[in-house]
Design a protein around this ligand. Structure first.
Ligand code: G3P
Ligand code: CA
Length: 261
């Protein structure tokens, strides 16, 4: 993909690499995370789903066809949903070639592998994927975050960990379970006043699509004591506009537009 070419004013805004630096490396792979770290993104955003046998993996789409070679490797399967594949099967897939042959063989990675890669290097914003809902998901994510010794405590202390979801139920469940971790609700539409007031009672952040975001929304979210992280902002003009509105974080496929001055 063509890389947009002008920088925005990043003053004070957290730069959040969407699925890693997914504009220039295959989304949600080690390569995309490595690139985000190199570009000095403040956070890496990931998508948490569950394999058939219960491993938490970093993968965006509900099905595997768009970004892996699953159809060649497992021809004729009735379903290509992530949740219908075991971790051993998922690990055999090539999640890099679709993006560029240079990334041939980049594997799907677990959430634990993401933690090992980011810890001490950059922050982690873990989205509980809408593909993934099941009872116990919040508990499983919490266990995964605690599976790396001292990671959770240190990441919380340094402000380098957040959780978000489009699903109120999952976001709220995680917020109840682990109140020290900031939790945001993702919203594709502009949240109503009633929704914002309700969110203010339990959420730490509201993360709307940037196209529905204006100064009144930013100010209202701040008045209610929450932060706002907008997505997915890739055009230089929109990056400038969002930075100027005083949002707390910008989720982008191109962190370098904000970090390289
Ligand atoms: O982090 C915001 C963004 O990731 C939400 O949309 O579909 O890319 O997960 P999606
Ligand atoms: Ca996401």
């Amino acid at each position: 993909a063509a890389v947009p070419a002008a920088a925005a004013d990043p003053a004070g805004v957290e730069v959040i690499a969407h699925r890693g630096s997914s504009g220039i490396a295959p989304e949600n792979t080690r390569a995309a995370i490595r690139t985000a770290i190199k570009q000095r993104a403040d956070f890496v955003e990931i998508d948490v789903q569950r394999s058939k046998d219960g491993r938490l993996v970093n993968f965006h789409d509900c099905t595997l066809e768009r970004t892996t070679d699953v159809e060649q490797r497992f021809p004729g399967r009735a379903s290509y949903r992530v949740s219908d594949f075991t971790w051993a099967e998922l690990r055999t897939l090539d999640a890099g070639s679709w993006f560029n042959e240079r990334y041939a063989g980049e594997p799907i990675i677990t959430v634990r592998e993401v933690i090992e890669q980011v810890r001490g290097r950059t922050g982690l914003l873990a989205e509980i994927s809408p593909c993934a809902h099941y009872d116990g998901l919040a508990e499983d994510l919490d266990a995964e975050l605690r599976s790396v010794p001292r990671y959770l405590e240190r990441a919380v202390a340094s402000g380098e960990l957040g959780v978000q979801s489009f699903l109120v139920e999952d976001a709220r469940r995680f917020a109840q379970l682990r109140p020290e971790v900031p939790v945001g609700l993702l919203d594709a539409d502009r949240p109503t006043e009633a929704e914002l007031v309700a969110l203010g009672t339990w959420a730490d952040a509201v993360n709307p699509q940037h196209t529905v975001t204006d100064r009144a929304l930013v100010d209202r979210i701040h008045e209610l004591g929450m932060e706002i992280n907008v997505w997915t902002v890739n055009e230089p003009g929109a990056l400038r506009t969002m930075a100027g509105l005083g949002v707390d974080g910008i989720i982008t496929d191109y962190p370098q537009l904000l970090t390289q001055r």
